[in-house]
Design a protein around this ligand. Structure first.
Ligand code: NAD
Length: 496
C-alpha cells in the first residue's frame, strides 16, 4: 500500500507519498507472513502510519534477488564508470526531492526540520556524490616478485552485503552504507531501524528511476530480532555492516561467526570525553561542548557526555555552559517551527531509558544543575540536563545514555585527566580544548578513541575515516577506508 502525509507546518507544506511495502528485486511486495510496524511521531506521541515488517522468508527472497543481480547484472558485470553514473543519478533524484526527504526525516525522528535539511539530507547527498566519484577509481597494485612472475592485486566486491542501520540519522547512515557498497560493485539487503522506517521507503522509490538493475538494492523494514537477526544469520550474505548499540553488535558478530564467517564492520556506542584545559578559548569551548552533547538531542554515538574541566576555569566554564543549556531549553519544541533548536527523543522507549538514567544519577548522589525533567505535556521531550558532583563508578558516567544528559567534572593535571577519560569500555570519539597546540596534540594522541576533535566537536568529514576503538566498533566508514571495507583483495600471479 501507500501512505500520503500532508504536511501543513510553518516550515513545510505539501504532500509526501511513500510505499509502505518491502522493496525486493525492484518491486514493492507485501511480507510473506503479514506483519507491520507502528510508526509514531515523537513530537506528539501519535501514530503516523503502519508499514510492512519483513520476516526471515522475505529476507531470504531479498538475498536471492541480490545474489542473482550480483552474478548477472552488477558485481563484475557493470564497470565503475556506469556505477558512478547511477550513483550520481540517485543523488540527483534525492536532490530533486530534498525538502520532502527532510520533512519525512523530521516527522519520523523528531529532529528539527531546518537541521534535517542542513545536516541529514545535505550530508547524505554529499556522501552519494563522493562515492559516485570513487566508483571508477578502485585500483589494485602491481607487485614485483622474484623469478619471472608478475603479480597484481584487484579490489573485488564481496557479493551480497547485509546492512543494518539505526534511527538517530536514518538517511545519513543509509548513505554511509549504500554509497560505498554500490560504488564497489556489491549488492545490498538493507534494514532500517523499526523506529524510523519512512525516509528509507522514499529512498527505495528512487532506485528504479535512477536505473539500477532489479535486485541490486533491496530495502526491507523489519524488527531487529526478526529481520535483523535473519540478515546476520543468512549464509549467502558475505559481508555485514551494522551501526547501533554494542549489545546488538555483539549478537550480529556472534551470528556471523556461527553461520558463514561473514566479514563484519561495526559502528557502536560511545561515552566520549570532552576535555577543557585552563588555556582554552572558553567561549568556543563552551559552545562546542554544548554542540558535542546536545547535537541531535544527545542521540549521537560520538556525544561528548563526560565533560572534564580544569580546576582554574571550572566555575567560569560552568556558567557559560549553563547559559547555553538554558538557551536550548527555551528553544525546545515543535521541530517544524522555525527557531526551534531542540526536539524530542526518538521514541517512548528511549524517553523512558533516558529518564531512567537521570533518576539513577540522582539516586546515586549526583546533582542536577539544569534540566532533569520532561518538557511539555506530549511527545518525548527531555530538557537538556547537566549533572555535577559525579563519581567515576556511577551508572551515568559508565553507560551510554544516548540523550541530552551530560556530567561536568573537575580535574587538576593532564596525566590525571587522560587516565580518567580512558577509563571506559568505549572508544569512539574525544574532544580536546587547548590553545597550546603541543598539549592538544599530545592529549589527542593519548586518548583511546577512533576520532579526536581538537577545538571542535561532532564534525564528521566524508573524506576522513570514522570508527571506534575498544568496544565502540570494528572497521572504518567514510573516505577511502570504506572502499577498503567493501572490497576484498585478490592477488593474481602470472608466470611470464
Ligand atoms: P539497536 O542496536 O537495538 O538497533 C540498531 C539496529 O539494529 C536497528 O535497525 C535494529 O532493528 C537492529 N537490531 C536490533 N536487534 C537486532 C538483532 N538481534 N539482530 C540484528 N539486528 C538487530 O539500538 P536501539 O535499541 O534502537 O537503541 C538502543 C541504544 O543503542 C541507544 O540507547 C544507544 O545507546 C545505542 N545506539 C547507538 C547508535 C550509534 O550510532 N552508535 C545508534 C542507535 C542506538
Amino acid at each position: 500500500g501507500t501512505y500520503t502525509h500532508s504536511f501543513d507546518t510553518p516550515a513545510f507544506k505539501g504532500d509526501v507519498t511513500i510505499n509502505t511495502g518491502l522493496f525486493i528485486n525492484g518491486q514493492w511486495v507485501d511480507p510473506v507472513e503479514e506483519s507491520t510496524i507502528d510508526v509514531f511521531n515523537p513530537a506528539t506521541g501519535k501514530l503516523i502510519t503502519k508499514v510492512s515488517a519483513a520476516g526471515p522468508k522475505d529476507v531470504d527472497l531479498a538475498v536471492q534477488a541480490a545474489q542473482k543481480a550480483y552474478k548477472t547484472t552488477w558485481g563484475l558485470h557493470t564497470p565503475g564508470t556506469v556505477r558512478g553514473k547511477l550513483l550520481n543519478k540517485l543523488a540527483d533524484l534525492l536532490e530533486k526531492n530534498f525538502d520532502e526527504f527532510a520533512a519525512l526525516e523530521a516527522l519520523d525522528t523528531g529532529k528539527v526540520f531546518d537541521k534535517a535539511k542542513a545536516i541529514d539530507i545535505t550530508g547524505a547527498l554529499a556522501v552519494f556524490r563522493y562515492y559516485a566519484g570513487w566508483a571508477d577509481k578502485i585500483q589494485g597494485k602491481t607487485i614485483e616478485t622474484t623469478e619471472n612472475k608478475l603479480a597484481y592485486t584487484r579490489r573485488e566486491p564481496f557479493g551480497v552485503c547485509g546492512q543494518i542501520i539505526p534511527w538517530n540519522f536514518p538517511m545519513v547512515m543509509l548513505s554511509w552504507k549504500v554509497g560505498p557498497a554500490l560504488a564497489t560493485g556489491n549488492t545490498i539487503v538493507l534494514k532500517p531501524s523499526e523506529l524510523t522506517p519512512l525516509t528509507a521507503l522514499k529512498f527505495a522509490s528512487l532506485i528504479n528511476e535512477a536505473g539500477f538493475p532489479p535486485g541490486v538494492v533491496n530495502i526491507l523494514n523489519g524488527y531487529g530480532p526478526v529481520a535483523g537477526q535473519a540478515i546476520a544469520e543468512h549464509p549467502k550474505i558475505t559481508k555485514i555492516a551494522f551501526t547501533g548499540s554494542t549489545l546488538t553488535g555483539r549478537k550480529i558478530m556472534k551470528a556471523a561467526a556461527e553461520t558463514n564467517l561473514k566479514v563484519v564492520t561495526l559502528e557502536l556506542g560511545g561515552k566520549s570525553p570532552t576535555i577543557i584545559f585552563d588555556d582554552a578559548d572558553l567561549e568556543q569551548a563552551a559552545k562546542w561542548a554544548a554542540a558535542g552533547i546536545y547535537f541531535n538531542m544527545g542521540q549521537a554515538c560520538t556525544a561528548g557526555s563526560r565533560i572534564f574541566v580544569q580546576e582554574g576555569i571550572y566555575d567560569k566554564f560552568l556558567e557559560k555552559f549553563t547559559g547555553i543549556t538554558q538557551y536550548l531549553t527555551q528553544k525546545t519544541g515543535d521541530p517544524f517551527t522555525s527557531g526551534t533548536e531542540h526536539g524530542p527523543q526518538v521514541s517512548q522507549l528511549q524517553f523512558d531509558r533516558v529518564m531512567g538514567y537521570i533518576e539513577s544519577g540522582r539516586s546515586e548522589g549526583a546533582k542536577v544543575l539544569v534540566g532533569g525533567e520532561r518538557h511539555g505535556e506530549e511527545g518525548y521531550f527531555i530538557k537538556p540536563t547537566i549533572f555535577t558532583d559525579c563519581k567515576p563508578e556511577m551508572k551515568i558516567i559508565r553507560e551510554e545514555i544516548f540523550g541530552p544528559v551530560c556530567a561536568v567534572m573537575k580535574f587538576k593535571t593532564e596525566e590525571e585527566v587522560i587516565e580518567v577519560a580512558n577509563d571506559t569500555t568505549y572508544g569512539l570519539g574525544c574532544n580536546v580544548f587547548s590553545l597550546n597546540i603541543n598539549r592538544a596534540i599530545r592529549v589527542a594522541h593519548a586518548l583511546e578513541a577512533g576520532s579526536a576533535w581538537v577545538n571542535c566537536a561532532q564534525a564528521t568529514e566524508l573524506q576522513v575515516p570514522f570508527g571506534g576503538y575498544k568496544q565502540s566498533g570494528i572497521g572504518r566508514e567514510l573516505g577511502e577506508y570504506a572502499i577498503d571495507t567493501y572490497t576484498q583483495v585478490k592477488a593474481v600471479h602470472i608466470n611470464i
